[in-house]
Design a protein. Structure first.
Length: 121
């Protein structure tokens, strides 16, 4: 009987030790310092962020929430209204993207683009 209890304890410990979630930014702070916030452009920074995180839902004929993020004019309008940052931060609205929040770096880059006048560059 003691052998079964010991075996069960070992299995439980192995199971619990293998279940955890690592935050890359917390584990490797040097990676977070590589965030380029000095050269933020619409075409080079914002479009790739939106393409990889937003346009799968916010494009096409029936975009989610009737919000299309595939053109500069649409993105600029959403950003100017404050809705873009509210959505990215989950302030008063559900946080976007629904699949998981953006990294602090990407959110900072969007904030900087907005602060710098939302240029189409």
């Amino acid at each position: 009987m003691n052998r079964y209890i010991l075996f069960l304890i070992i299995i439980i410990v192995i199971f619990l030790a293998s279940c955890y979630y690592d935050n890359v930014e917390a584990l490797y702070p040097s990676l977070a310092s590589t965030c380029d916030t000095t050269n933020v452009t619409f075409s080079g920074t914002i479009v790739p962020i939106l393409s990889s995180n937003c346009t799968s839902c916010h494009s096409g004929g029936a975009p989610s929430g009737s919000i299309t993020l595939t053109s500069y004019a649409n993105v600029q309008t959403i950003a100017a209204s404050g809705m873009l940052m509210n959505s990215l931060k989950g302030t008063g609205v559900p946080a976007m993207p629904l699949s998981g929040s953006l990294s602090a770096c990407k959110i900072s880059q969007v904030q900087i683009w907005i602060k710098n006048g939302m240029l189409n560059n």
